[in-house]
Design a protein around this ligand. Sequence first.
Ligand code: F6P
Length: 420
Amino acid sequence: MAKKNALYCQSGGVTAVINATACGVIETARKHGDQIGTVYGGKFGIIGVLREELIETDNLSDATVRALKHTPGGAFGSCRYKLKDLEAQKREYDRLIEVFAAHNIGYFFYNGGGDSSDTAFKVSQLAQEKGLDVTCIGVPKTIDNDLPVTDTCPGFGTTAKYIAVSMMEASLDVESMSESSTKVFIMEVMGRHAGWIAAAGGLAGDNPDQPPQIILFPEIEFDEEAFLKRVKWAVENHGFCSIVVSEGVRDKAGKFLADAGTRDAFGHAQLGGVAPVIAQLVKQNLGYKYHWAVSDYLQRSARHIASKTDLEQAYAVGQKAVEMAINGQNSLMPVIKRLSEDPYRWEIATAELKDVANVEKMVPRDYITEDGFGITEKCRRYLQPLISGEAYPPYKDNGLPDYVRIPHQLVTKKLPDFDI
Ligand code: F6P
């Protein structure tokens, strides 16, 4: 009987280190070449699997695979494609199983967040039901850091570091200008309903007297009056005010301050654009000159300032996923377990996919100061190690990072076309 092949898919919003996970998967599978055949990558994730567009990785040199470790973006392409209900989407699930059978797939690695864990879980259920020998492993990633069970999510540490560094640098800038020009700087960050990335902005200062003087969390209902009072206080006492605002901040009625009005395949509101809303509030009520920035995809792709801890964890979950699969462990996810805080020590543990699926982990109330505008020492102790260490990419003579692009060479199709 031929060795079973592996299929690796990237799913949802990518991160600066998701390719390090891909590298961990491919390198480890190559080490266990006696048990695993070829590793295929789904072109644009699960969409590529449904279309039977599977990317070859056997043709990639060891050096190219290694270079994935320092390259941001999703090398195989990712997607937001809803695959949740086993009954309603039977056609799609059946097609996946058909593609697995056609290409002798025995190992399925799904690298994503909460929604993707749900899909991976359903695929594993279905494979079992159909008596198909496919081991499904979810591999965690998300800059939002909102997966339960795991101490942190690969991708978050690097985004957190980028946001903390950017906040520190921009605050030095606004402070310099504050006597005669700009008094308020606002930076918008991602994170959807969870304020982990916003909290990371708080690492820019060592104590409450240092910027950012205000963090606006999605976990805390936006109180306009208290906010304006705090801005005024910061400008009068420090000369300037630095603000981190999460895209997921809501008003008293529970409405997002910035809902772009569009929805993704999972029904999530597309967020973004809250920084200018906050800036206008400041201008209209207090008259201060401001600047604002939306860190957007920059925070998701900032591989040049990666956290070494994050990079190591991203690689480790990929490596462990393969080891788990060849040990016959099914329907699981490798997760990060904190063993000690100072010094920070961690190991990879395992979680059931069904426990990870569809649960969002919010910032606990005791990680946020009583006034709702800052992070507590407890939060700082949690976050600090996650941004620790630097892992710069190699640079070329032209001054730019030496990132890699892999060829999307597809495997010959064996099945009829499939409309999605
Ligand atoms: O993956 C999570 C995330 O980065 C959220 O923080 C953000 O709201 C969303 O993705 C943006 O997704 P997209 O790139 O699909 O617009």
